[in-house]
Every structure is written in C-alpha cells, then in structure tokens.
Design a protein around this ligand. Structure first.
Ligand SMILES: Cc1cc2nc3c(=O)[nH]c(=O)nc-3n(C[C@H](O)[C@H](O)[C@H](O)COP(=O)(O)O)c2cc1C
Ligand SMILES: CCCCC(=O)C(=O)O
Length: 400
C-alpha cells in the first residue's frame, strides 16, 4: 500500500502505512507514530507552528532546497580516506560525541508519563531557562540549575509573548501543572489556549538587553541567547539588506543583534525561530544561519536549531557555520511513540546519517566540513561566472 502523510512541516511519501509495532527507519516516521499515540490536543501542541505555519513548512523545506541542482546543493569530495569518521567536538569546553543536541522543549509529560526524565536518560539533555515576570522564580530556577550541576543557561529571547498557535486556541490547550511553576497560583478562567494565558501571566514582555546583565549578575554559568535570527538591530539596515547582499555589506556599518549579544557578554548564540512557533514569516533558520555566523566572526559559538530531520541537514548547518545543532520535535515524537528507546533512536539515527554523509562527502572530521561543501542561492554571482548556461535554466533558481 502507498501511504501519503501530509503533516505540518512534513510532507512525505512512504511505501507502507506505519503502525505502532513497526520500527521507524528515519526520524520523520516517528512523527507518524507520535500522531497515532497522542491525543489530538497534545499532538497539535507539539507539531504546530504559529498562524499560517508558513515558517513551519519553510524550516524543513529550505533544507530540502539545498539539493541536487548546481546552486543550493551539497558538494562532496572524492578519494578521501573515510575509513574512520570522527564526529566528536567540544561545546563550551565540554566534549561531545557528535554536534547534535536536544533542544529545550516544554512539557515532555504530555508525550510520555515519565516526561523529561526519560528524555534526559536517552541523551545528555541541553538545559534551558526562561526569565519570568516574577524574578524570584527565575532566581530560584538559576540556583536549582547550578545546584544540579547544569553547565549553561540558554536564555530564550524570542518569547516575550507566546506566538499565536491556532491549533492550541481551537483545542483550548490545557497547560499542565508544572513543578517548576508551582509559584504561579492565579486561577485561569480564560477561553482558548490556557497555555497562552499562562504565558501572558508569566513571561516578561519587557525583557530587554539590560536584563542580560541582571541574569549574568546572579550566575556564574555561561549564558547563551536562543532565538537570534539577524545581525542587525535596526530598521535601517533591514530595509537595505537582501539575502544576496549579505556578503558585500560592510558589517561594521550596522548595529548588529548578534554582535550586540557578544558585547553584553553572552557566551554563545543559538540561531532559532523557536521551531516556527513564534513569529510566522520569519526566515527558515537555515537561511538565517550564515548571516549570524558572518556577524559573529568566530567570537562565540553559534548553535542552530529548526527543521533538522536528517543527517544531511546537520551537515548543511555545519557547513554554513554552526558549531552544533539542536533537535526539537523529533525527540518528543520519539518519546511519544516509543518512550526512552524512541528518543534515543532519533538521536542515534541522526548521528548515523551524519556519519554516512561525512563519509560520502569526503569529510573524516567535523573540521573537514567547510563552506565549500554547500552551494547556496547567495553564492549566485560566483555560480553565474562558472556555470553561465546551467544557471539560465529556471529550475536552478531557488527563491528564499
Ligand atoms: C513542543 C515544543 C515546546 C518547546 N518549548 C520550548 C521552550 O520551553 N523553550 C524554548 O526556548 N524553546 C522551546 N521550543 C523550541 C525548541 O527549543 C526549538 O527551537 C525547536 O523545536 C527547533 O525546531 P524543530 O522542532 O524543528 O527541531 C519548543 C518547541 C516545541 C516543538
Ligand atoms: C508557553 C510556552 C512554553 C513552551 C514553549 O516555549 C512552546 O510551546 O513553544
């Protein structure tokens, strides 16, 4: 039988219908099983994006556009000894076996009764904290993180308010009671998404650059900003910039969001659009990555998340300058479908696929993966000089 699944952000053909007893062969198949395993309200919460879900589709589709035509393609090397592939790297001084981490995603207990405990068992989890209106909650959580020997704080900076998630509104999404949020006791009689109502009560929309100094003043842990998408901070430059311009602009002319982040002393930046759950119509993160990497100029690590579903996606993000990637939904879907085993398999499959991609691209180590291993639309001028005939074909013109 030929099954067609058309989920938000995933549009795939499969040669059979999956059922819970089946063993998924790639991370996307875990989404199919998660959909079968979860109540609709919870599946929609995990899978959904904001508003038209344009960016949700783009996060995945933009990776798929880096494909087999001359521009937006991988560029493998041949006749390199790839009998040993080393995917290990060091992030903030900590050694890890592969540049793949688990993104901070809320409410794993909706996916599985044992929630985050199983996810943490399945892999070394990456830890997150949000700054709340009630700063005493933030202080408490930072102290808890320190006491539990967490290694870094990722400050989510793209959620002063929660994005408009229409599935959650329709489903009247219930915010479960969370241990970390015990201190919020207000009664919620709002209609629509209770999660949104919770966020409106708790998150601080006045969060600004000065608060980074406050956060740094209460902890010695390194602080990384999660949710940077641009190098610029003002309207002036954004009106002047287009994707193709970014290599030719004099970066020192503009006030830079990424650069500003470094100035206020953050130890790392995560290029993320929150899995397309916040502002719709922001770029797919893979299309925003290089802009930030160029602005940061190696001064702090740049991590990446959004739409990673394949080892080749990891490879593309590394080639465009990410030091490591984080994976959100696939891990939760693995957890929902097959518990700890499923979450672990998702990471293992991505690692195996990355290993194979490195071997087939002639890259025995991560440092062998270079910008020259991908060709993007923004390399167009260079392409035009080299491949005048091919580029006149409209099939090779990819529009961001
Ligand atoms: C269900 C869900 C919950 C999330 N919760 C948080 C969160 O609490 N804090 C945060 O910074 N990001 C959160 N994110 C965003 C993820 O950290 C990450 O940016 C995103 O999932 C990456 O995209 P991907 O799901 O396509 O891998 C959440 C994402 C999902 C799907
Ligand atoms: C109220 C939102 C908290 C979790 C989150 O960040 C998400 O669902 O994307």
């Amino acid at each position: 039988m030929f099954g067609v699944n058309n989920f938000a952000g995933v549009s795939e053909c499969y040669t059979g219908m999956l059922t819970m007893g089946d063993e998924p062969v790639n991370v996307k198949e875990y989404q199919i099983l998660a959909k079968q395993a979860l109540p609709k309200m919870y599946y929609d919460y995990f899978a959904g994006g904001s508003e038209d879900q344009h960016t949700l589709r783009e996060n995945v589709a933009a990776f798929q556009r880096i494909t087999t035509c001359i521009i937006n393609s991988l560029r493998p090397r041949i006749l390199v000894d790839v009998s040993k592939i080393d995917m290990s790297t060091t992030i903030l001084g900590y050694k890890t076996s592969a540049p793949i981490m688990i993104a901070p995603t809320g409410m794993h207990k909706l996916a599985h009764p044992e929630g985050e405990v199983l996810t943490a068992k399945a892999a070394a989890a990456c830890d997150v904290i949000m700054v709340f209106k009630r700063r005493e909650i933030s202080v408490l959580m930072v102290k808890k993180a320190e006491a539990n020997e967490f290694k870094a704080i990722l400050l989510t900076v793209d959620t002063p308010k929660v994005g408009r998630r229409e599935a959650d509104i329709k489903n009247k999404m219930i915010a479960p009671q969370l241990k970390n949020f015990d201190m919020s006791t207000e009664v919620d009689d709002s209609d629509g998404s209770k999660l949104e109502a919770f966020a409106a009560r708790s998150f601080d929309p006045s969060l600004s650059w000065k608060d980074i100094a406050w956060l740094k003043s209460i902890t010695k842990l390194p602080v990384l900003l999660k949710g940077v998408l641009t190098r610029e901070d003002g309207k002036v430059m954004s009106s002047l910039c287009s994707r193709v311009d970014i290599f030719t602009l004099n970066l020192s002319l503009c006030s830079l969001a990424a650069v500003k982040a470094i100035e206020v002393g953050v130890e790392g930046i995560i290029v993320s659009n929150h899995g397309a759950r916040q502002l719709d119509y922001v770029p797919a993160t893979i299309n925003a990555l290089e802009e930030v990497v160029l602005a940061v100029q190696g001064r702090v690590p740049v991590l990446f998340d959004g739409g990673i579903r394949r080892g080749t996606d990891v490879f593309k993000a590394l080639a465009l300058g990410a030091q490591a990637v984080m994976v959100g939904r696939p891990v939760v879907f693995g957890l929902a479908a097959k518990g700890e085993y499923g979450a672990r398999r998702v990471i293992e499959m991505l690692k195996d696929e990355l290993e194979l991609t490195m071997a087939l691209s002639g890259c025995p180590t991560l440092s062998d993966i270079t910008r020259n291993h991908v060709r993007m639309q923004s390399d167009n001028r260079h392409c035009r000089m080299q491949f005048p005939n091919i580029l006149s074909r409209s099939s090779c013109t990819i529009i961001y």
